[in-house]
Design a protein around this ligand. Sequence first.
Ligand SMILES: *[C@@H]1O[C@H](CO)[C@@H](O)[C@H](O)[C@H]1NC(C)=O
Ligand SMILES: *[C@@H]1O[C@H](CO)[C@@H](O)[C@H](O)[C@H]1NC(C)=O
Ligand SMILES: *[C@@H]1O[C@H](CO)[C@@H](O)[C@H](O)[C@H]1NC(C)=O
Ligand SMILES: *[C@@H]1O[C@H](CO)[C@@H](O)[C@H](O)[C@H]1NC(C)=O
Ligand SMILES: *[C@@H]1O[C@H](CO)[C@@H](O)[C@H](O)[C@H]1NC(C)=O
Ligand SMILES: *[C@@H]1O[C@H](CO)[C@@H](O)[C@H](O)[C@H]1NC(C)=O
Length: 367
Amino acid sequence: MELRPEAAGTIVLSILVLLLSCSTEAHNITRILAKFPECSTFNHYLTLTHLAPEINTRQTITVCAVDNAGMADLLSKQLSIYAIKNVLSFHVLLDYFGAKKLHQITNGTALAATMFQATGSAPGSSGFVNITDLSGGKVGFGAEDNGGNLDATFVKSLEEIPYNISVIQISNILPSPEAEAPTPGPSQMNLTAMMSAHGCKVFAETLLTSDAEKTFDDNVDGGLTVFCPADDAFKNFLPKYKNLTAAGKQAVLEYHGVPVYQSLSTLKSNNGLMNTLATDGANKYDFTVQNDGEAVTLKTKIVTVKITGTLLDQQPLAIFTIDKVLLPEELFKAAPTPAPAPAPTADALSPKSAKAKGFVPADFVRL
Ligand SMILES: *[C@@H]1O[C@H](CO)[C@@H](O)[C@H](O)[C@H]1NC(C)=O
Ligand SMILES: *[C@@H]1O[C@H](CO)[C@@H](O)[C@H](O)[C@H]1NC(C)=O
Ligand SMILES: *[C@@H]1O[C@H](CO)[C@@H](O)[C@H](O)[C@H]1NC(C)=O
Ligand SMILES: *[C@@H]1O[C@H](CO)[C@@H](O)[C@H](O)[C@H]1NC(C)=O
Ligand SMILES: *[C@@H]1O[C@H](CO)[C@@H](O)[C@H](O)[C@H]1NC(C)=O
Ligand SMILES: *[C@@H]1O[C@H](CO)[C@@H](O)[C@H](O)[C@H]1NC(C)=O
């Protein structure tokens, strides 16, 4: 295998980043659990449900893992990934319980709040776990409102980093009807209602008048990222929008959606061309993602827009707000340059023919 110089550079950079993240990250639950293949399914689902990064940012917590047989029992219930997320978040206690503390609980019993409680979706006290020191050195675990049943027992300590994170194994998943209850996934969310409520009302209302809305809805399940322009920006754009043909209107709206889920951190680490819902064939209706320090910008030949906020980031759907409308070169011309050279013909300026002739007009390079 050949190693291109850029590739070698990337590897050196990756190693550096890895070293840096080792020293700044308090802990990495994925890496801790990777040492225990008997808990690989549990580990895999912490990643799938995006709980792993949430666990990594918290301190003074205890993760109660189960082995692959325990996860198989949970998965056989055929819950949605959102319910599985609730169940697993019920297994992350917001307090530090090492093996020693578990066996020396004051008065022999304690209630621990969980990450499920912290989401706010746990009704009543259903987000609390009862930990009780049983006879014979056993420690029992159960949902608090479970009629006093302690359904699981402590198996062993997997890793203890006092007092940041304790990872323990328990005998099985803690049954909890509340955590297992059906939860609405992104595909049941109303995209336009959500955007309207968060500063993108004009864009959302325009979407509702177009077939583009169906294109957005149809793509949610498979992964969708929406860039919605702020109200002021889209309001100013409306006269231009009204001037477009029906097909042009649909295309410019669909240009604001990308048919894959991209979190902000993915966008930050991936510069390059991105296809949109309006893309139909190669090099059509795409734009370039470019990082600018902490900011992420989206560049078309006409305009550079900045991501200003995250409205929703829950796999498979992400919605970001942007400060300007994304203008595709297929529908809009670049602003005229202040000191134009002898006017090129319209044909020479079109990017398609420029590419065909093997040169790019100055306007397009500069923008
Ligand atoms: C615990 O977390 C803090 C804050 O992130 C960190 O400075 C410290 O090194 C961690 N302790 C251990 C033992 O990793
Ligand atoms: C945690 O560890 C896993 C596996 O080693 C790695 O893929 C991931 O990037 C790490 N996460 C962070 C935030 O460093
Ligand atoms: C332990 O039990 C005693 C006596 O019932 C009580 O006063 C005390 O508050 C309990 N401690 C805890 C941590 O629950
Ligand atoms: C936990 O459950 C046990 C067994 O049902 C019970 O005796 C104990 O009082 C409970 N602990 C708390 C803190 O509610
Ligand atoms: C979504 O919300 C919009 C208001 O933004 C409403 O007009 C539309 O009917 C709703 N769609 C569904 C499927 O509920
Ligand atoms: C609408 O289109 C007409 C004809 O092409 C053009 O003269 C006018 O400037 C356009 N208006 C806007 C707001 O783009």
